[in-house]
Design a protein around this ligand. Structure first.
Ligand code: GLY
Length: 565
């Protein structure tokens, strides 16, 4: 333990009143992931002297093995990093890219109608993966340990296997036909072509070898050489369009996160090609303007919920119109995240009536894949990572490339399939998110930090288009000073402009509140359990460190003092 950290802990442990000081580092580590084996992998690496970035490598790789329905080496994601030494926040963009042979109309039939299956099932749905490059980048630029150490828990898990759980069965059941149709996926993820029983052990020796290659050769072990050849051959034989140059040319990008301010807190989240940070900033700014107008506003009152929904409605409309890959389109980020813009939106929001989405300028909103994963980790020195990773639909495209163990993503489905053309409702498809070679599809993944003098919160969740509003709910709970358990368990509320309805979890609204909202013109749908939030909170004032894993999922949180290795 370094001297500075020891001093920080001593100051915090001394009786309040004798010394009052905020800790400069937590002195302990905390993490929360969606699977106990991923939490154990992160913990093992932190115990071995790794930092939060090494733990992020270990957790990413472990999740790729034990949550094949959520993320993987064949997928992508966004990592929000905080480096304690420099105080710098960075977003690591490891989003998939469209292959070089991708075309704007590749998912339309001869009559120009979208063929949704082609962008969801099979190799044509797969973008060029970003996760292997992210592992290499995290280790080389931020980690303290070599990939041979940090990938070891995942390699063991791939070789020794993991047990099928209830969630595995539910999601494999959802994709059973697609998995059964692909020989590679069928032999790994099913049992004799059928849904495996709970407790059945899934072993992935090919994936263990691929991880070993990355451990030894870094990014080149995946994007160049023999493995790249196997990936391209396998994808093309399965009907896809990958080329060796697509793999060789893949790069992660470091981007400035989006930062907004709300109730004296700083909220840091993902920049485009995620829509998360911009939408969260826009919602918070609009809601903040409405709260000031109301004088005092309880987030969970009818007026608070109505205002939150109206702010969401407008942010999701703008998301559909303006957001895409910033390397390909100009996005008016400054305008969308400005207080002036939010103040203008707030003027159009009535305190008593819902705004029909049909009365706002029409834009098509695209449905998004529901599956993804999130983890949050903080080390004893105060480095932290929030990472949301995806292969889009459960088990991605359902194709496992022979001899690699790599399950392909179907992230191409996150592009607009038919941009610029009004549909039968007169809604115009989002040009900013049209398919283009090399482009990254728009995402909702929103890893986030929420900070004040007293708090460092690290949070995120899977959940497709609902990710943004769930993270927003966690941020609001944090700003109310609630413990981290409440951020992840609190009942959720969501509106995304179209379809024009509020989705709520049971327990959020009383019968009277529901009736009042309906009277304002809101349509309400009660849905069971969405999301799987993983969060860490370090309360700097009293030095408390907390971690929580969403009870809707099967994850695990841990707070512990790593022993010096
Ligand atoms: N595929 C889910 C997302 O990127 O938001």
């Amino acid at each position: 333990m370094n001297a500075l950290r020891r001093l920080a802990i001593v100051l915090v442990l001394l009786p309040w009143g004798l010394v009052q000081a905020s800790a400069t580092s937590p002195g302990q580590a905390a993490l929360a992931t969606a699977h106990p084996m991923a939490t154990a992998a992160g913990r093992e690496v932190l115990e071995a002297g790794g930092n939060a970035f090494d733990a992020a490598v270990a957790i990413t790789a472990a999740l790729a093995v034990v949550e094949p329905y959520s993320s993987g080496l064949g997928g992508g994601g966004f990592y929000l990093l905080h480096d304690a030494a420099s105080g710098r926040d960075v977003m690591l963009d490891a989003r998939e890219r469209a292959p070089g042979q991708a075309t704007r109309d590749m998912y339309l039939d001869d009559e120009g109608n979208p063929q949704p299956d082609r962008s969801v099932d099979g190799a044509l749905a797969a973008g060029i993966p970003g996760i292997p490059a992210a592992l290499d980048h995290l280790a080389a630029d931020y980690g303290a340990l070599p990939l041979t150490t940090t990938l070891d828990p995942a390699i063991r898990a791939a070789r020794e296997g993991f047990e099928v759980t209830e969630m595995y069965r539910r999601l494999a059941g959802f994709r059973e036909a697609v998995l059964a149709a692909d020989p590679g996926s069928r032999s790994i993820f099913l049992d004799g072509g059928k849904l495996p029983a709970i407790g059945h052990v899934i072993r992935q020796p090919d994936l263990a070898e691929t991880l070993e290659r990355i451990a030894i050769e870094g990014r080149d072990g995946f994007y160049q050489g023999e493995l790249a050849g196997r990936l391209v051959d396998g994808v093309r034989k399965a009907g896809g369009i990958w080329c060796r140059s697509d793999l060789a040319g893949y790069r992660v990008v470091e981007r400035e996160p989006i930062i907004s301010r709300f109730r004296g807190f700083e909220v840091v989240s993902a920049a485009p090609p995620s829509s998360g940070g911009v939408a969260i900033a826009q919602i918070l700014n609009t809601y903040g303007a409405l709260a000031r107008r109301a004088g005092e506003l309880d987030d969970l009152s009818v007026l608070g919920l109505h205002y939150r929904v109206e702010a969401m409605r407008r942010a999701y409309r703008d998301r559909a119109e303006y957001l895409g890959d910033p390397d390909y389109v100009d996005i008016p980020i400054e305008r969308l995240t400005s207080d002036d813009y939010a103040a203008g939106l707030a003027v159009g929001i009535s305190p008593t009536d819902a705004t029909p989405s049909s009365s706002l300028a029409p834009v098509v909103t695209e449905p998004e894949g529901p599956h993804t994963t999130h983890f949050s980790v903080m080390d004893a020195d105060g480095n932290y990572v929030a990472a949301t990773l995806s292969i889009n639909y459960p088990f991605g495209a359902g194709v496992t490339v022979p001899g690699t163990g790599v399950l392909l993503n179907d992230e191409m489905d996150d592009f607009s399939q038919k941009p610029g053309v009004p549909n039968v409702y007169g809604l115009v498809g989002a040009e900013a998110n049209a398919v283009q070679p090399g482009k990254r599809p728009l995402s909702s993944m929103s890893p986030a930090f929420v900070r004040s003098d007293d708090l460092v919160g690290v949070l995120g969740t899977p959940g497709g288009s609902r990710i943004i509003t769930m993270v927003l709910g966690g941020v609001l709970a944090a700003t109310r000073g609630e413990p981290v358990d409440d951020w992840v368990t609190g009942p959720r509320i969501h509106h995304q402009y179209l379809p024009d309805r509020i989705e709520v979890e049971p327990g959020l609204l009383s019968d009277e509140q529901r009736a009042e909202l309906e009277l304002m013109g809101h349509r309400i749908e009660v849905n069971d359990g969405f999301g799987n939030m993983q969060a860490v909170a370090w309360w700097r004032g009293d030095g408390r460190l907390e971690a929580a894993s969403d009870p809707r999922g099967e994850g695990r949180a841990a707070v512990f003092a790593p022993e010096a290795p």
